[in-house]
Design a protein around this ligand. Structure first.
Ligand code: R5P
Length: 291
């Protein structure tokens, strides 16, 4: 039997949802969102085709809670037309709250996973989720899609001098290894320390051999930019050549982007899980393939 898909894009991910619909040759269902003066969202969904698998696309970047509630609302609404609902949350907010770091902390990722299921999602798809632990909170099938091959393709086209892939922290070791493997170059992971109370970041690595080399700093998320800025300052002190930054999710909170450029980064590249001026890498094809 031929599977029919319909894709519905929430306010945070309309362009990406349309791209996914085109790749799947699926019907695209519009949503209209109005934000009331008190911050509440009023969402109106277009006609949902019956007997289809409905794919709801909505990243939960800032305003995180608003975008999350919009995703939950759309899922609950489309449930009236179909029980086969896939939640595509390309950027999954709260994924960094995947475990208790300090006593008393709420593991909000677990609540988010439950809410998506209760709203009606039968499967979840995310892109480069922060950790395996975050994915494990889902009790419905949940798949993580890696954007690293797409990001690596972008950098393959650049002319780089003796390039080296650098992860700003040990947590990104495997990501850097994969990225470097695709480009057939070496990689290192720096030792980053983040104060869990103040959020302050320090790089505590000893010297790395970067003299005169072009560096590709790779991370999953750029939020305040502190990790990338501290890593760039550390690497520049050791007289590297240019620093390029690749990330899947460019949150760029506040003036993070300009602060990163001021630190001496030549180019910042992110994917369109979050629509930004840096979103030069389109991940609609890999999402469509995963579905
Ligand atoms: C942390 O482990 C993540 O992989 C990122 O490095 C971090 O979330 C980036 O945050 P910020 O830009 O605020 O340093």
């Amino acid at each position: 039997m031929l599977v029919k898909f319909a894709v519905i894009g929430g306010n945070a991910s309309k362009d990406l949802a349309k791209r996914i619909a085109r790749k799947l040759k699926a019907t695209y269902v519009e949503t209209q969102t109005k934000i009331f003066p008190d911050g509440e969202s009023k969402i109106t969904c277009g006609r949902i085709p019956k007997r289809s698998i409905i794919i709801v696309v909505q990243s939960t970047y800032p305003p995180v809670d608003t975008n999350l509630l919009q995703a939950l609302s759309i899922i609950s609404q489309v449930r009236k037309a179909s029980s086969k609902i896939y939640a595509i949350i390309p950027y999954m907010g709260y994924a960094r709250q995947d475990k208790q770091f300090l006593n008393g902390e709420v593991v909000t990722m677990s609540i988010v996973a439950k809410m998506l299921q209760v709203a009606g999602a039968k499967k979840a798809f995310v892109v480069d989720i922060h950790s395996k632990a975050a994915l494990n909170h889902f009790k419905i099938p949940a798949a993580n899609i890696s954007a690293i091959p797409e990001l690596a393709k972008y950098f393959k086209k650049l002319k780089l001098k003796n390039p080296l892939v650098v992860s700003p922290d040990i947590g990104g070791y495997l990501r850097a290894k994969k990225f470097a493997g695709l480009l057939n170059i070496d990689f290192v992971a720096l030792k980053k320390f983040r104060n869990r109370k103040t959020g302050k970041v320090q790089i505590k690595s000893s010297k790395v051999d970067v003299y005169g080399r072009d560096l590709l700093l790779v991370d999953d998320i750029i939020s305040t930019g502190s990790s990338i800025i501290k890593a760039t300052q550390f690497l520049k002190k050791q007289k590297c050549r240019r620093v390029f930054v690749a990330c899947t999710h460019g949150l760029f909170v506040g003036d993070a982007e300009s602060k990163i450029k001021k630190a001496g980064v030549s180019q910042i590249i992110s994917t369109n899980t979050i629509p930004r001026t840096t979103s030069k890498v389109d991940i609609s094809r890999i999402i469509a393939e995963a579905i």
